[in-house]
Design a protein. Structure first.
Length: 340
């Protein structure tokens, strides 16, 4: 199936979005990118109809989105939005019945709109405001079956407290395609690689255990004198002393925090491995607690920007400790994965 996804409104210039507890256009893109990724993973062809800026008017913004959809002959078009105006809940729009060439097309479009609306509302416990008719430009002029979903209200603290963008993205995908997008939760501080507790990497006979979960290996190590934890490649993970730190680690001073703020997202590692720690700086007094390998994912709820790195943060599901992992080297301008 070929599906057109429009992440509503521009980021700058004409056709900017509503602002409330959060900025609508930002969250349109957080949800939209997840929807696009999930649809592609299921084998669908996705046409990104989003316009971020550079338009001369609101009409220009809307017309460009429609043109992309029509030029690519999409089967379904979905415009993603958040509502505003003092209400609560989810509502989804399709064009008036008179806009359709026949009753059968209208029925198909209505069924998609209702499925998306009901699933989005149920995904986070939003008030279900139902399916509505309106000849909005993007759904009226798109040749394909088309809907515009208002996920919830960006000026409602109650709606924002319920909002889970991952659940919403899954709901939209399931509503558009009728498929099951149930997913296993991303791995949390656990990998297929065993952490080995030995006196030294070369002293195989001294090994007292091999663990999938790092915390368990650390507990075993702490209960014995002279032991360390090693990863599958023989790299010493714990305890980390000044002599163990790589040359590029700063042992003399902590990083300067420039900015920090709450932000929910899903990070995917694209390099061989990234270590995480209990605080947002690299130094000998803040040892490595574990690592994420290429292709592994973690949900985060906080971001810290220092003079050296961009860090994401989350609370460990294993022991309730907050973790910090660098995802961008600001000095070398290197990114080690992507977040949505």
């Amino acid at each position: 199936m070929k599906i057109g996804i429009d992440m509503g409104h521009c980021l700058s210039g004409y056709d900017t979005s509503a602002r409330g507890v959060f900025v609508e256009s930002d969250y349109n893109r957080i949800v939209g990118k997840k929807v696009i990724q999930k649809l592609k993973e299921k084998g669908h062809t996705v046409i990104n109809c989003t316009i971020d800026g550079g338009v001369s008017s609101m009409y220009d913004s809307l017309a460009r989105r429609v043109k992309i959809a029509n030029d690519n002959n999409v089967d379904i078009f979905c415009s993603i939005h958040f509502n505003a105006g003092g209400g609560e809940g989810t509502e989804t729009y399709l064009a008036n019945p008179s806009a359709f060439i026949d009753q059968e097309s209208y029925k198909k479009n209505y069924a998609i709109a209702k499925r998306v609306n009901d699933k989005v509302a149920a995904s986070c416990g939003f008030v279900n405001r139902g399916v509505k008719h309106e000849n909005f430009y993007v759904i009226y002029h798109t040749k394909a079956l088309a809907i515009l979903v208002e996920i919830c209200f960006c000026d409602s603290k109650s709606d924002f407290a319920k909002l889970d963008t991952e659940k919403v993205a899954i709901a939209i995908c399931e509503g558009l395609t009728g498929e099951d997008y149930s997913v296993k939760p991303p791995k949390v501080e656990e990998s297929d690689n065993l952490y080995r507790v030995r006196k030294s990497w070369g002293d195989v006979k001294s090994q007292v255990g091999a663990y999938r979960i790092l915390e368990n290996a650390i507990k075993e190590c702490d209960s014995r004198s002279g032991y360390s934890v090693f990863d599958k490649n023989g790299v010493k993970i714990y305890p980390i002393t000044k002599a163990d730190n790589p040359k590029n680690e700063n042992n003399n001073s902590k990083e300067k925090i420039l900015k920090q703020y709450p932000e929910k997202g899903l990070f995917t590692c694209t390099v061989d491995a990234i270590y995480f720690r209990n605080k947002p700086y690299v130094a000998s007094d803040n040892p490595i607690q574990g690592q994420y390998f290429k292709g592994e994912q973690v949900y985060y709820d906080y971001v810290v920007i220092t003079d050296k790195y961009v860090w994401i943060s989350w609370v460990s599901a294993i022991n309730g400790v907050r973790r910090y992992m660098p995802i961008t080297d600001r000095i070398k301008n290197e990114k080690w994965g992507y977040a949505v």
